[in-house]
Design a protein around this ligand. Structure first.
Ligand SMILES: *Cc1c(COP(=O)(O)O)cnc(C)c1O
Length: 394
């Protein structure tokens, strides 16, 4: 048994699958038939690796955070995904998917985005490869994340406001799917996390798995051992966590810690703690845990961090929760913001508020003095300056 890969039909335990309208069947099928073979080809691997190295700036450092370690009485390493081009881990996936889209002969790319980070990463690779790019973004998010909207436009993308529902990420995803249904032949849809119908969750996890691939040899250099005691990562849809966990999933001595956004408190009614509050349901093409009402309506999530503000979770994580393979922690807005300031003051690194949630778990856990703990620092805080300023307590 492996926790890494889903079965033939895209299931991780009871979660996953491909729940799609008939019109999308040919696209998803085309992807499913080709992705493993294409990713496996030597020419693909070469192009992927060389772009990750020379364009994205990989490998990202694994940094021993001395003062943070002292404070928590253990050994804390930060995997510096914040140092990637465009400021987060998302570019690992968009590079992989654009190479796939080119090999499938697609001319147009569509994507959804919440805070705009995935939109920017997609617009970036489209500029790089000369493909047309359309990004759907909730109208409300466009107002909240103006700099990222303009970044996408500078990069040559068209940003289309999603004006349905709460006008946020879930609605942008719905409209991107609708666009794909109407333009199936020439368009590839770059999904930004380990969500969506099979094979997306597996495909995105594979592209992000470079994170734990590097962690293994970097830890070996630092500590003499490839395996840490803990890997901690935040979970919105779960792509940075899937990448940081991937090569450790079947090494049961490595404890995996997934951190969800508890907003104003898990039971406050203003939260995005899917595993604490969710029930099995279907969202955006896969069966997963989902925050929903008694009659199955999606509940609006809330988090101070736009990247974690999602009512579902990738099926791989629903399975890691269900099986007990990963431990889940819930970190509030306030706890995350304090952790963000703590890292800034102690280590001189201003983290993305998403990543600050992963750091917030440190104070909720008990470590031994010689434990090795890796926190995946998924992104940098530049995009969150407004939120830090508004919060104000620094
Ligand atoms: C988008 C984003 C996340 C959340 O997405 P996952 O798919 O859960 O990784 C986390 N951190 C940063 C910096 C992001 O931009």
């Amino acid at each position: 048994m492996t926790y890494k890969q889903p079965n033939e039909r895209g299931y991780y335990g009871q979660f996953g699958g491909a729940f799609i309208p008939e019109m999308l069947y040919p696209n998803v099928e085309e992807l499913k038939e080709n992705y493993l073979q294409m990713i496996g080809e030597e020419s693909f691997q070469k192009e992927f690796d060389s772009l990750l190295k020379d364009y994205v700036g990989r490998p990202t450092p694994l940094y021993f955070a001395g003062k943070l370690s002292e404070y928590y009485g253990t050994n804390i390493y930060l995997k510096r995904e914040d140092l990637n081009h465009t400021g987060a881990h998302k570019i690992n996936n968009t590079i992989g998917q654009i190479l796939l889209a080119k090999r499938l002969g697609k001319q147009k790319i569509i994507a959804e985005t919440g805070a705009g980070q995935h939109g920017v990463a997609t617009a970036t690779v489209c500029a790089l490869m000369g493909l047309e790019c359309i990004v759907y973004m909730g109208k409300l998010d466009m107002e909240r994340q103006r700099p990222n909207v303009e970044r996408m436009r500078i990069l040559g993308a068209t940003v289309i406001p999603a004006e349905s529902g709460s006008m946020t990420l879930k609605d942008a995803t719905n409209e991107a799917m609708r666009h794909w249904i109407n333009n199936p032949a020439d368009t590839h849809y770059i999904i930004g996390s380990v969500v969506g119908p099979h094979p997306y969750p597996d495909m995105v996890a594979r592209f992000q798995s470079v994170i734990s691939e590097e962690m293994r040899w970097q830890l070996k250099e630092h500590t003499g051992n490839e395996n840490p005691d803990y890997v901690i990562a935040c979970v919105g849809g779960g792509s940075n966590a899937a990448g940081a966990f991937y090569h450790y999933l079947d090494d049961l001595d490595v404890k995996l810690v997934a951190v969800e956004a508890a907003g104003l408190g898990v039971n406050s009614g203003e939260s995005a703690a899917t595993t604490a509050l969710g029930k099995p349901g279907v969202l955006h093409g896969s069966k997963t845990l989902l925050m929903q009402t008694e009659d199955g309506q999606v509940v609006e999530p809330y988090s101070i961090s736009a990247g974690l503000d999602y009512p579902g979770i990738g099926p791989i994580h629903a399975h890691l929760f269900d099986s007990g393979r990963a431990q889940f922690q819930y970190v509030t807005d306030e706890e995350a913001m304090q952790s963000g300031i703590q890292l800034s003051r102690m280590e001189g690194i201003i983290p993305a508020i998403e990543s600050a949630h992963a750091l917030g778990a440190l104070g909720k856990m008990k470590f031994e003095k010689d434990d090795v703990v890796v926190v995946n620092l998924s992104g940098r805080g530049d995009k969150d300056l407004e939120s830090y300023i508004k919060w104000g307590k620094y």
